[in-house]
Design a protein around this ligand. Structure first.
Ligand SMILES: [Zn+2]
Length: 152
């Protein structure tokens, strides 16, 4: 069945890098832009309800998402500490306690808030770097109940 199909016959040309990344930043499917890909804040659906794209493309796929989440958190901590350094430079009597409280809050809250975005951003980066194979395209279409020439 799949022998006569090409990727563009099934889904059209893939989105560009920037489009996929913008979709990821908005917590949407990087392939089609569909929303509602999470069942809650932390539970991502296995497949996109819009296009059938399987988000976890291989075991351990989301390790990259943890790296993105870590980078976001570290970036916020860096900004907080740099602000403190400049404030402390201007006024030597400033206490370290406020920056500690802010940094602790960032360290706990930021990974929780950024988690779903990190996963969709990582999906977008991966999809942009590694376009779908034909078998993934066919499986996505089959997951939507397609398989004929009908539109999903
Ligand atoms: Zn999709």
């Amino acid at each position: 069945m799949a022998d006569d199909l090409g990727p563009d016959d099934v889904v059209g040309p893939p989105a560009t890098w920037d489009v996929m990344l913008k979709r990821g930043l908005r917590k949407r499917c990087p392939r089609c832009g569909a929303g509602r890909i999470y069942r809650g804040w932390f539970r991502m659906r296995e497949r996109c309800p819009g296009c059938g794209f399987k988000f976890e493309r291989e075991p351990g796929f989301f390790v990259g998402a943890y790296l993105i989440n870590f980078a976001i958190t570290e970036g916020l901590l860096f900004v907080a500490i740099m602000v403190f350094v400049f404030v402390k430079d201007a006024n030597r009597d400033v206490s370290v306690l406020p920056v500690l409280a802010i940094a602790l809050t960032f360290a706990v809250v930021a990974p929780l808030v950024a988690y779903p975005f990190a996963r969709t951003i990582w999906s977008a980066i991966d999809l942009a770097m590694t376009p779908l194979e034909l078998d993934e395209i066919v499986a996505a279409r089959d997951a939507l109940g397609g398989g004929d020439d009908e539109a999903p």
